[in-house]
Write a protein that binds this ligand. Structure first.
Ligand SMILES: [Fe+2]
Length: 161
């Protein structure tokens, strides 16, 4: 059995990573690090991250009472995770980042999402709601596609550098 607090932490982390994913794309765009062909592929990904964030938040709100989740705990973990991810991006990009580094950071961020949803999907039996497991598995598939998209862009870009 997984402790409730740990489950809340894992849920908070995936929501925080969704927030961070959207902010990263936004910031890399405003820094001028993404080319228009990248933006075309990454904007739908950013929108999907927003949809995933909303869906997770709505579902958690819906089932919190039944499952005995502490929403404040989940929210504070998600905020902290989003902040940590923003700091990681700053460190990763350093002083003089280029497009390749920007794309590779997004690979890193999407890779983290895949791993965190994988871990969460391994403990969904701890949650009574069937909807929860289905949602986590559904998002996991989408995250695998996100990682593939970013990896493809990074591979295409390096051959043009
Ligand atoms: Fe993603």
């Amino acid at each position: 059995m997984v402790k409730k607090e740990l489950l809340e932490q894992k849920i908070g982390e995936v929501i925080g990573l969704e927030i961070a994913a959207q902010k990263s794309v936004q910031e890399l765009m405003s820094k001028g690090l993404l080319k228009s062909e990248h933006e075309k592929k990454l904007m739908p990904m950013k929108e999907e991250a927003n949809k995933q964030q909303q869906e997770m938040e709505d579902l958690i709100n819906e089932i919190a009472e039944d499952e005995g989740f502490n929403l404040r705990n989940i929210n504070s973990v998600s905020e902290e995770t989003a902040q940590k991810a923003a700091k990681m991006m700053e460190t990763y990009l350093g002083q003089d980042p280029d497009t390749q580094e920007a794309l590779e950071f997004l690979c890193l961020a999407e890779g983290a999402e895949v791993t965190h949803y994988e871990v969460l999907s391994s403990i969904t039996k701890e949650v009574k709601s069937r909807k929860f497991g289905n949602k986590v598995r559904g998002i996991l598939k989408e995250e695998q596609n996100h990682l593939e998209t970013c990896t493809k862009l990074a591979k295409q870009n390096i051959s043009k550098e």
